[in-house]
Design a protein around this ligand. Structure first.
Ligand code: FE2
Length: 190
């Protein structure tokens, strides 16, 4: 069996498990933690994600996204993000649940608490931080805000699993910390 075939099989089995967890338990912090455990199992097989199968683009952008799996109804979209560049996003939500796990490198996730108020007049504060690296992951409920921060200089490979594919997400928001206001968040696989 080739590496690609084995990767496909391991991912298919994991996503069967993920679908069953969601069907049985719904979407909750507890069910997302169970999903995270399954996905850490996949991410802990770095030999399934050889760097030469996912090389960084030659245009120097330093980042690539590959959809590894998505259901016909756009549910359970799994991305591999490969990056070797500085990345820093504003706080944003997803309107669907998300679980990010690490294969290699370090993606710092800041998870925010509270909300910015209806007009952004209230502060959005960092509640906790999670270092997503090999063996760890972060769970996000549909209305959680997070920001991600990657430093270039090493290869980063992370698996991003979303309850629904990015192109189908509606009404996502980001929070401008300096201006203290919400804005719509365009399609962005983060
Ligand atoms: Fe995100």
């Amino acid at each position: 069996m080739s590496v690609a075939q084995e990767r496909h099989q391991v991912i298919a089995e994991a996503l069967d498990h993920v679908r069953a967890i969601e069907a049985e338990q719904g979407v909750s912090k507890e069910s997302l933690e169970a999903i995270r455990s399954v996905m850490i199992g996949v991410a802990s097989r770095p030999e399934l994600f050889p760097a030469d199968e996912f090389p960084l683009p030659e245009d120097g952008s330093g980042e690539r996204f590959d959809v590894l799996s998505v259901d016909d109804d756009a549910r359970y979209e799994l991305y591999l993000e490969v990056a070797n560049k500085d990345v820093s996003t504003p706080p944003h939500d997803h309107t669907t649940w998300a679980v990010v796990t690490g294969i290699c490198g370090l993606e710092l996730n800041k998870v925010y608490e509270g909300d910015g108020g209806p007009k952004g007049e209230a502060p959005l504060k960092v509640g906790h931080e999670v270092e997503v690296k090999a063996g760890t992951g972060v769970c996000l409920m549909p209305d959680d805000f997070h920001s991600i921060h990657i430093k270039g200089g090493e290869l980063n490979m992370h698996l991003h699993l979303y309850g629904l594919g990015f192109e189908h997400l509606k009404g996502r928001r980001m929070f401008d910390m300096e201006k203290g206001e919400y804005r719509g968040f365009e399609y962005m696989p983060d």
